[in-house]
Design a protein around this ligand. Sequence first.
Ligand code: 5GP
Length: 202
Amino acid sequence: MNNEGLLIVISGPSGAGKGTICNNLVKKNKNIEISISATTRPPRRGEEDGKSYYFIGEKEFIDKIEQNEFLEWARVYGNYYGTLKKPVLEKLKEGKDVILEIDIQGAVQIKNKFPDGVFVFILPPSIEELKKRIETRATETKKEMIERISAAYDEIKKAFHYDYIVVNNCVEKATSKLQAIITAEKCKLSRNKHLLNIGGRF
Ligand code: 5GP
């Protein structure tokens, strides 16, 4: 019987609202945890080490790559980001569902290693709305904002790697859609063959 949790990969352009949707989902669903990535990006105002990310230096990051400590890693906007293998595998084994909020390069690596994972791309309602969100969030410099807006076009073009698309017009609705995807995935025959084991359950 397979009691392992679901590995859920969430990607989308900066400003699509991935973080808000994931945090909202976790508040409503105690069995889901968000994986905390390691990054060489400096913390932004309000970000805490060990909560938003593990903020580490480039040497430490490269050591971890060499020690094979990452499930995936990538360079995004000039910084390294990576998912630590150990905590994710442990949580999945415990039966917890784990969300990886990562970029497309990372998602492709995960898809190769975990074809059973669930891959969801979050889209903003429009490019205009995306620009507005990035600008009003004001967590990046002007140069970074321009970089992220132009990267959004490339990222959206690559969304065909994913299984599901959720448009974030409204956080509550987008969260419900994500919850529905997870519920449906858990009911898939391929994840529940043990239930048809005649003589066992029936
Ligand atoms: P931010 O700097 O805005 O927190 O994140 C920038 C980008 O890096 C986002 O697209 C985010 O999803 C991605 N990212 C965050 N953590 C990881 C990770 O562990 N691996 C990969 N591949 N991308 C990540």
